[in-house]
Structures are given as C-alpha cells and as structure tokens.
Design a protein around this ligand. Structure first.
Ligand code: PMP
Ligand code: GLU
Length: 385
C-alpha cells in the first residue's frame, strides 16, 4: 500500500524494540540480562488490582465520558492539587490512555506544522517522534556535561517559530531531578518568550535521598496558564500494562485534548480508570517499599559504575543510570557498543544516541539486585577489566 510520509518517517520505539529483542533472545535460550526497558518490576497496588477485578465482575464496563469518568477526574484534580500545591479543577484534567497518549494529544493540540519545540536533552525517545507526527520540528537543546539543564543553550536555540519547551524531571534517561532554581529559570524563559511548557512528570513519585521534584506551576503563579503537566499510573503505581495517564492544564487545552481523544480513541479504558482511582486513594504501602527498593538498587548500580571510573550524572529519581562511556567506545557508536555487548555478554542496554547523547548508555535498574550484580560483572568482563 502507499503509505504517508507521516507514517513512514516514524521510528519504532527503540526502547520497546530492544526489550522485544532481549525477550526473543531469552525465548531462544540465551541467558539475557535486560536493563533496557523502563518498566517497574513490581505488581500494581493490591487496591488497584482488586478494583479492576471488581469492575469487570460488576458488568459496569461501559464507555465513560471522553475526558474520563467524573470520579477519576475529581480524584486526579485532588491529587494534582495536593502534590503540586496549586488548585486544579476536574475540568482541568483530561484522562488519557497513557502518558504517551497524553503527550501525543497535547502536542497535537498545541503545534502547527512548521512550529519548533525545544526538547531538552537528554530526552526520552518518543518525544522526537511525537513532535514529528504533528508536522512541527523538535529542536534538541544540549545539556551541561552532568546532564543538568543549560539555560544559555535554550536561549540560543530560540527562534521566532519556537512555540513550546518540553522537559522531563525526574529525567529519563539520566535520573537527574531538576532543582527548584533550574525549574524557575526554564519557567521564566517560557514566560518571557510566550512559550507553552510541557512538563513530563511521569516519574514525579520516584525520587530518592529526600529530593523533591518541582513543577513549573509551583514556582510562578502565572506559569499555570501555559503549563501542560503529563503524568500517569505506569511508573508511580507500577501499572504499565493498564495504560492510563492524564494531562493537567488550562481549560482550553484540556477541552481540546478531550475533543481530539473523543475522535481518535474514545473514552479511556473503564477498567483501568477504576484501578487508577483505587491506586490514588491509597496510601499504598507498596509504593514506599518500591521506592526504597529502587533506591537500594540505584546505590549498587551507580557505585558499581563509578568504581569503573565512569561519570554518572546524579541519579536522584526515576530508575535509570546514564554513565558517560566515551572512554571505552573506541571509535564505535553507542549503538554498535550496545549491539556488541548484547551479542557477546547477553546484556541489554539502550544506547545514549536514542536520547540525543551518543557518548552515554542507559541502564534501567527496574530489575532485581541479582540481575544488577550480574550485569555489572558482565559489563566489567566486556570492558576487559
Ligand atoms: N514519559 C516518559 C519520560 C517515559 O519514560 C514514559 C515511559 N514509557 C512515558 C512518558 C509514557 O508512559 P506511559 O505511556 O506508560 O504512560
Ligand atoms: N518509558 C520506558 C522506557 O523508556 C518504556 C518504553 C517506552 O514506552 O518507550 O524504556
């Protein structure tokens, strides 16, 4: 069939493709350790599981309103108000099929072909493709060497076509959590240049060492009118396969997202909405356990990588370490490096080039300590140490 340029120009998600490859190698009998995919290896909270089963059994699995069931919109409005310390109304929440879908709908609502979006590196793989889909252009903005935001580089990347700025803290792939003053600086830039701020806060709940993530809406009262918060259940509640997320933002943007969704996908999954609501009602003790477990794994992995003399950007959130491996690439690209590592040592990592920083590789520590120890041992052997 003759396909559109729009469809042909999209890449398959590198993270999902690598995960599929690791699973296929495992099915073929190889003892693969995969630190490729960013997916919590925990179960959803008991209350969420029970609510999903109960909803199926009740027979009440009809369409909800396109923007989400009113009870979930209210619960999310209360959740955003409490966690970002700024009041949100249910009409300022659009429930979506996932954070990925929320990002896509928000970008479709905000961007015209030819617009430019500053994408702050390192950046999650799907941002570039979602922006492409809208006909707008993603303009990657370099970070400082420790993966912290570079405000001067953002300023230098602005053009009259710049319409929005997309950032993600806690960050995938680096685990870096922006400080309040970094969030203030980027928010001020958006205010000064009349830009929309798209703040992907999907890892907000996964922060370590007492660090707190800050949303732009918390630092400037007038940021709220231009900020789109994207979040969901996948990471905070280990509910990846439930596929449920949301957009929180100004009423006109939320209405536009609901109209788009009403035509593209219809109402979000009713069972997952019920499960998400139950998870939000918490306080699920499982989350504290999950956070403490991630922190312990983070320590083992980051210390192990630093002991090998790699610079590891400060991993204070999410579940990734993103060491700079330029000293061991020996002329190879990070993609070739990861391919060789997978073939020789059956260790799956994601090349930094997928996130715009080709001198790095991403380790996901959403896997148990035994796997992390094995991965470090294989990595050492691969490096000939
Ligand atoms: N944003 C970031 C930074 C992510 O890592 C992910 C993980 N897939 C998502 C958004 C999307 O999450 P989901 O679609 O599972 O809600
Ligand atoms: N966000 C996760 C990752 O970066 C899940 C895979 C994906 O949706 O890309 O690995």
């Amino acid at each position: 069939m003759r396909l559109t340029q729009r469809a042909l120009c999209l890449e398959l998600s590198v993270t999902l493709a690598l995960d599929a490859r690791a699973k296929a190698m495992r099915a073929a009998g190889r003892d693969v350790v995969s630190m490729a995919v960013g997916e919590p290896d925990f179960r959803a909270p008991e209350a969420a599981q029970a609510a999903a089963v109960e909803r199926v059994r009740s027979g009440n699995v009809r369409y909800t309103a396109a923007g989400g069931a009113p009870e979930l919109r209210s619960a999310l409005a209360a959740h955003v108000s409490a966690t970002r310390h700024v009041p949100y109304a249910p009409e300022e929440i659009a429930v979506c099929h996932s954070a990925k879908h929320a990002l896509t709908a928000a970008h479709l609502a905000l961007l015209e072909p030819g617009d430019e979006v500053l994408v702050l590196l390192p950046a999650w793989v799907s941002y570039f493709e979602i922006i492409k889909l809208t006909g707008a252009t993603a303009v990657p903005v370099a970070c400082l060497p420790d993966c912290r935001p570079d405000i001067e580089a953002m300023r230098a990347a602005l053009t009259p076509r710049t319409r929005a700025l997309l950032f993600n803290s806690p960050n995938n792939p680096s685990g870096v959590v922006w400080t309040r003053s970094e969030v203030e600086a980027v928010t001020d830039l958006a205010l000064e240049r009349d830009l929309a701020l798209i703040s992907d806060e999907i890892y907000r709940a996964l922060v370590y060492d007492g660090v707190v993530n800050t949303s732009p809406v918390e630092v400037r009262a007038d940021a709220r009118a231009r900020t789109v918060i994207v979040d969901g259940a996948s990471k905070a509640f280990a509910m990846t396969g439930y596929r449920i997320g949301y957009v929180a933002g100004p009423r006109d943007l939320v209405d536009a997202v609901v109209r788009l969704n009403s035509q593209m996908t219809g109402a979000p999954n009713t069972i997952s909405q019920a499960a998400y609501r139950a998870a939000l009602e918490g306080p699920p003790a499982e989350l504290d356990t999950m956070r403490a477990t991630f922190q312990e794994r983070r320590d083992v992995l980051a210390n192990g990588l630093r002991a090998l003399d790699f610079a590891v950007p400060e991993p204070k959130g999410a579940f990734y370490c993103f060491p700079d491996v330029s000293s061991v690439l020996d002329g190879r690209s990070s993609t070739a490096f990861c391919e060789e590592l997978l073939e020789r040592e059956a260790l799956a990592l994601v090349p930094g080039s997928a996130f715009g920083l080709p001198n790095h590789v991403r380790f996901s520590y959403a896997t148990d300590l035994a796997n992390i120890e094995t991965a470090l041992a294989r990595f050492r052997r691969f490096l000939g140490r």
